[in-house]
Design a binder for this molecule. Sequence first.
Ligand code: ATP
Length: 294
Amino acid sequence: MRRIALKAYAKINWALDVIGKRSDGYHDVEMVMQSIDLCDIVVLMEKDNRVSIRCDMDGIPVDEANTAYRAAALIKERFGIAKGVEIELHKNIPVAAGMAGGSADAAAVLVGLNRMWGLNLHEKDLMALSGIIGSDVPFCVVGGTALARGRGEEITALPPAEGMWLVLVTPEQRVPTAEVYGRLDLSQVSVRPDIAGMMDSLQHRDFKGIARNMVNVLEGVTIELCPRINTVKDDIMRQGAVGCCMSGSGPTVYGLFEDEHAARKAYAALNRKYSQCFVAQTVSLGVQVVEEVF
Ligand code: ATP
């Protein structure tokens, strides 16, 4: 049986700015995105003619509401594929946490089915297709370090900032992205990120510059919904982080550490207090094939 297993990497936002609201209801954003090695495992198995999905985490939809299902249905319909696929999701990325877990799964399905069904689509084509599923999916297809504009789907690759150490804490409260954007009042935002400054600091691995530019304009809104973020940030800084910031629409907060030793030490302390705590390294890709049986 044809089968492919892939790692679908989570992302964080080094910086996130919202430029304004668009007439289609979305917001124009400017974000510096980064893949990290916290990942879901997505297994694709060829079968009859239907798409079906299983997931090892309760509460995740296992029908057309699932981003991975939608990715498979889209590619099947778009290219007139008669075959079907069974999708198995092993979730490690916290859900509705600002780390694009659902988008990463969808990206892995697109990359995997492109190989399994021999479609020979280039990364550019996959990215264009993936924008139909969600704004973060094009980034997840390419991964690494990138500038995202438009509603997040216009991706410009940046020099990879891989091998940097992070500790992440996800408070036990799911925050729906739409609610955060809905509550955002740009006239109330006093500190905006310096996107060019962040790109420059990343390129030069200037930790102080990176920390200074780790700004997310959504943080204030999400803190209103989840005040625990303030405590998490204090705790991460107290463990020696160079800087810390909320990822996406939150509530996940990540801290940047100087090296692996500092990150692991902080993780050991924070993991005692928080049930969803992770140590992670930045990586230079969004999806990785780990097994292929054709
Ligand atoms: P983003 O950073 O892109 O906003 P997120 O971390 O906020 O992502 P997800 O984890 O992608 O959010 O999940 C958001 C919602 O999507 C949840 O309510 C979940 O039930 C639903 N969902 C659909 N498909 C998936 C999937 N494959 N994995 C996780 N959640 C999914």
